[in-house]
Design a protein around this ligand. Structure first.
Ligand code: G
Ligand code: G
Ligand code: MN
Ligand code: NA
Length: 255
C-alpha cells in the first residue's frame, strides 16, 4: 500500500504529529493527564487520522516503529515541561498488539524513558484486549504488564468492554486503570445502560483499579459519572486532542 511505502520518509520528515487529549479528574474537574494520539500530516492528503493508517501499519513492522516514535515524542515533551518549570502531567501512549510478539520490546521503551530521565509513574502504556487477536498468551501479556511496573510505567486497559473477554482479563492482569469504551456512553437512555456502567465502576473500585470514561460529550454524562464515582473522563465535552502547546495552555487555565 502506498501509505506503507511512504512511512519511512514521513517518519524522518516529522510528518507524524503527536496530539494530547486531556483527561480530567471528576472530583475537582482539574487536569489529570493526557492520552497521546498520533496524526499524519500528509503533504497531499492533509491530516490523516490513525484509523486510516494504523491497520495498514499493523501488517508489517511499521506500527512498532511509530509507537516508539510517539513514545519518544511524549518523553521529549515531558522533559521540556520540566526544563520550562511546568507542572508534569502523566501521559498515556497506545501500544499496538504487534509489540507483544517480541518479549523484549519493553527494554527499548525503558531506554528512551531513561534517556529523558522521566520520573516514575508519569508514563502509562495503553493496551487493548485485541492483543489476543494474535497468538499472544495471557501468561506472556501478564509478564509484560509486571515488567512495565518494574520499569516504572503504569498500565491501562483501553477500549474496555468493547470485546467479549473484558471481565475475565480483570482477574488475570494487574492493570492500574481501565478505560471504558465510548460505546457505553453512546446511548445512555437504554434502560440498562446506566446500571451496566455503574456496576463496572463499582467493580473497578473493589479491585483498586482507576476508571476513565471515554468519549464523553455532554453535561448529563458528567453528572451521572460523578454520581457513580468514576475517577476521570476524556472526551470532547472537555477537549478534543490538542497540540502540545495547546494542551499546556489548556491545562494552565484549568489547573
Ligand atoms: O485519535 P483517533 O480517535 O482517531 O484514534 C483512532 C484509533 O487509533 C484509536 O483506537 C487509538 O487508540 C489509535 N491510536 C491513536 N494513536 C495511536 C498510536 O500512537 N499508536 C497506536 N498503536 N494506536 C494509536
Ligand atoms: O481507542 P482510543 O481510546 O485510543 O481512541 C481515542 C480516540 O477517540 C481518539 O482518536 C479521539 O479522537 C476519539 N475521541 C476522543 N474523545 C471523543 C469524543 O468525545 N467523542 C468521539 N466521538 N470521539 C472521541
Ligand atoms: Mn487509547
Ligand atoms: Na479507547
Amino acid at each position: 500500500h502506498e501509505l506503507n511505502a511512504m512511512f519511512r520518509g514521513a517518519l524522518e520528515n516529522g510528518d507524524f504529529k503527536v496530539y494530547f487529549q486531556p483527561k480530567v479528574s471528576l472530583e475537582d474537574e482539574k487536569t489529570a493527564g493526557a492520552e497521546a494520539l498520533v496524526r499524519w500530516q500528509h503533504p497531499e492528503e492533509g491530516m490523516i487520522s490513525p484509523g486510516d493508517f494504523i491497520p495498514l501499519f499493523e501488517k508489517n513492522g511499521n506500527i512498532c516503529r511509530l509507537d516508539c516514535y510517539v513514545f519518544e515524542e511524549v518523553c521529549r515533551t515531558i522533559d521540556r515541561w520540566r526544563r520550562e518549570g511546568r507542572k508534569l502531567f502523566p501521559v498515556s501512549v497506545n501500544l499496538s498488539r504487534q509489540h507483544f510478539k517480541r518479549n523484549d520490546f519493553l527494554n527499548q521503551f525503558a531506554d528512551v524513558a531513561a534517556k529523558y530521565r522521566i520520573p516514575e509513574g508519569l508514563l502509562e502504556l495503553e493496551l487493548t484486549e485485541s492483543i489476543f487477536f494474535d497468538d499472544n498468551s495471557i501468561a506472556m501479556v501478564r509478564e509484560s504488564i509486571n515488567r512495565m511496573h518494574e520499569l516504572g510505567f503504569k498500565c491501562s486497559l483501553d477500549d474496555f468492554g468493547s470485546g467479549f473477554s473484558s471481565l475475565g482479563l480483570l482477574k488475570e492482569f494487574d492493570v492500574d486503570t481501565i478505560k471504558l469504551d465510548r460505546l457505553f456512553f453512546l446511548d445512555m437512555s437504554k434502560p440498562k445502560a446506566e446500571d451496566v456502567v455503574e456496576c463496572l465502576i463499582d467493580l473497578a473500585g473493589r479491585l483498586k483499579v482507576k476508571t476513565v470514561a471515554e468519549g464523553i460529550e455532554t453535561q448529563e454524562q458528567i453528572d451521572f459519572l460523578k454520581q457513580i464515582h468514576c475517577d476521570m473522563v476524556q472526551g470532547f465535552f472537555y477537549s478534543r486532542p490538542l497540540r502540545a502547546e495547546e494542551f499546556e495552555e489548556w491545562a494552565d487555565r484549568r489547573g
